[in-house]
Design a protein around this ligand. Sequence first.
Ligand code: F6R
Ligand code: MG
Ligand code: MG
Length: 364
Amino acid sequence: MRVTLSVIKADIGGYVGHSESHPEVIAKADECLARAKQEGLLIDYHVTKCGDDVQLIMTHQRGVDDERIHKMAWDTFIEGTDVAKKLGLYGAGQDLLSDAFSGNIKGMGPGCAEMEFEERPAEPVLIFMADKTSAGAWNLPLYKMFADPFNTIGLVIAANMHNGFTFEVHDVKEHKKIRFDAPEEIYDLLVFIGAPSRYMVKAVYHRDTRDIAAVSSTERLSLIAGKYVGKDDPVCIVRSQGNFPAVGEVLEPFTLPLLVEGWMRGSHHGPLMPVSIPDSTPTRFDGPPRVTAAGFQLKDGKLVGPRDMFADKSYDNARQQANDVADYMRRHGPFEPHRLPLEEMEYTTMPQVMEKLSGRFTDL
Ligand code: F6R
Ligand code: MG
Ligand code: MG
């Protein structure tokens, strides 16, 4: 059976500040998706949150980029925004950048990761959701999962993965894409994806079967809106087991609390902390950035789950390390590399300050 798995998310109001989603907003989204399921548009759904982002996890048979699915998700966010406004939540509707839906949710503010595939007899999928960071945050974990034998031993000793995976990389500034085959082209691949503010891994494919293995959301809100409107707070779907990395190989990269951009005012680097879904409450200096993982088994498109994968004790050391790194980074205050380089900051007072001081700059 061919199934489409769509994850569409948006920040439509924070509680308190930008630290969490409100249960009433999540309940409203649940109500909307229950209706869509009853009408037969969806096979199944699960609504959850990561920090201040509402996450719609949906299965259906309409393929990716389907107008009816996207419109239903958009309308869900509109209804959720009404609840957020009623409660006076912070930044109600902040990711909805347009007044009216125009065919596809991409480019309108919400983040979107979708894949269509033939469901295997047992189909484990992992859905990663992040808050206070941007889509490039998936580059390093996806590289480790699908190209690094020190992370994924299956690449070495499992015959069905030994030929490697293909990475599709998007240049979000020039709106171009390119594919690289791993392992042969990993040095070329790394030249690009090691610069995650511009080059992002959009998808990964199994090289022998061409089956889709992973897909991420790569919207960049700051580029879409032309001004600061929030972070991408991206999502990523990864298929697991069999021809794909095992669940433990998929989760292992997150034991490194990698440095990502997006902390406080979208203008700081900070460690990406793997947490349980209830613990995705970024409150320390509006962070540090969080990642959650919801695991499901799919059965005829039904979402059996979720299991809250990072609730496991074995991520305690990563969390401790993230807190230590957060302390260390914070001591840099307004200095780089804690603060982002000038051109990457979401907020800046540089033009005003420059203008005010323009007469005081003299030649060296
Ligand atoms: C939001 C975020 C926060 C805000 C900060 C200022 O995702 O990362 O750090 O940027 O709280 O928010 P505003 O400008 O809405 O007062
Ligand atoms: Mg917010
Ligand atoms: Mg957010």
